[in-house]
Write a protein that binds this ligand. Sequence first.
Ligand code: AMP
Length: 546
Amino acid sequence: MQGLMQDWPLLTTRFLTHADINHPTREIVSMLPEKAEKLGQFRYTNADMAQRARQCGQALEKLGVKLGDRIGTLAWNSHRHVEIWYAASGVGGVTHTLNPRLFPEQLIYIMNHAEDKLLFLDITFVPLIEKLAEHLNSIEHFVIMVGADDMPETSLPNVLCYEDLLAGEDGSYEWPELDENAASGLCYTSGTTGNPKGVLYSHRSNYLHTMGALSGDTLGITSKTTILPVVPMFHANAWGIPYATAGSGAKLVLNGPHHEPDILHDLIIQEQVTVTAAVPTIWMGMLQYLESTGKDMGKLKVVTIGGAACPRSMIDTFQRKYGVRVNHAWGMTETSPLGTIGSENAYIENFSEEEKLDIQCKQGRSIIGAEICIKDDDGNIIPRDGETSGRLMIRGPWVAKTYFKQDEENMLDTEGWFDTGDVACIGPSGYMHITDRAKDVIKSGGEWISSIDLENAAVSHPNVTEAAVIGVYHPKWDERPMMAVTVADGASITTEEMHAHLTGQVAKWWLPDDVVIVDEIPHTATGKISKKDLREQFTEYKLPTY
Ligand code: AMP
């Protein structure tokens, strides 16, 4: 027997319409890529955004966008980016967010593989795309996201001005009732090997992910929240935050091209931001800025940190010194991206502060709607004992089953689990702890050493600003850890001093065989430590311990 409830497709435009009807005066504040002054913000309301997104939808239809057409965006977080984001999927196309930090060859590959029909780009990226344009096979129009007064001179062919496009439409448009399983978004993972792979979200997956993101224990968003997603929209949909703000009535603050700690801080204070989210590297810069200026975090209550492991010292400093709760989150482009979050549950409510901190260093519990487990190499589920680690698996309606244009390749195991490539353990209360990417685990004498745990312990040393650990060949142990660190201005650290600092925090046999000070630790396009680049940097390196 079937239920007798309405068949109301779960579409991303439902969030926009909800915001328009129920929270029409709630603000969206945006910094603009074309304005040089630091806080040259633009502000308008949800009603304005909904109106302009409809105008944008009308313009897309006039440009010939049909069901399933991919619309590329190469843009910072801004109000215009959110408009085109809703409009492209709203008319039945697919919003394809491109990461401008990728190598030019990767961008060319991705745009051609996706067969983007239009490219909406910020003025910042015009010089970059001018250089690539002759290699882009499918793009019919380049839409520069500025007003007519700010349109640059450009050699790009078939150029359109975003504001002119919108000005030609009246916004009297109704979003079509699409199939909820229709594709709505596309985001390529910056894999460390091979070509980037496209994760193709559907309206339904984005809708359900947003409901998960909005559940009480997840990001801490309500209608009273003011949220600044520093995480870019091209990094897995800014973790779904622009949907969640429209779905909740929260105020949305967008930082445009600005990621400098002083500007982010000004924005947080000026707009009275209460919730924010980004990768640890952003917060490392912010904590250094706060330390050097003696400033506080204003009204900020919650910061969600994910994308890479958050060090204990960072969680501790945010909470103890600045009164900002840290929610440590884990996810992937393939999981829309939220998989787990470390908000406090009843189980740990009565723990001591130190015990709570131990739990917060883990990556959290699965969000309602997604399930996780740990499997051994034979595919058996490992018990949730908090100690035995294995392959982290995930399944749920916002987890990818295959990559774009790889339909024949089933990525799931026989029970429908997606292998994340991460190594983790899960405790009895459901808190999951990532020890490494499977390929980054250091295998020393048949045992595993977690590079992440070593890095996180190292950065609590006052002289160390960042640490990255890789396994390096050793004739007796196969691999031993080598730690590369950056140090604070004028500071230094020796291997012995690092050993003294790590002793008691990690097992003795984990202590790195060498600590090397470097000028910079390489990062990927999404701000994670790039172990691949670091290994390349150290290919000629030999450990001093043999
Ligand atoms: P991406 O698809 O670029 O977002 O990368 C996803 C990968 O980032 C995951 O598979 C993890 O290896 C890593 N990651 C994300 N969040 C965390 C976290 N909180 N701690 C450790 N690793 C993380």
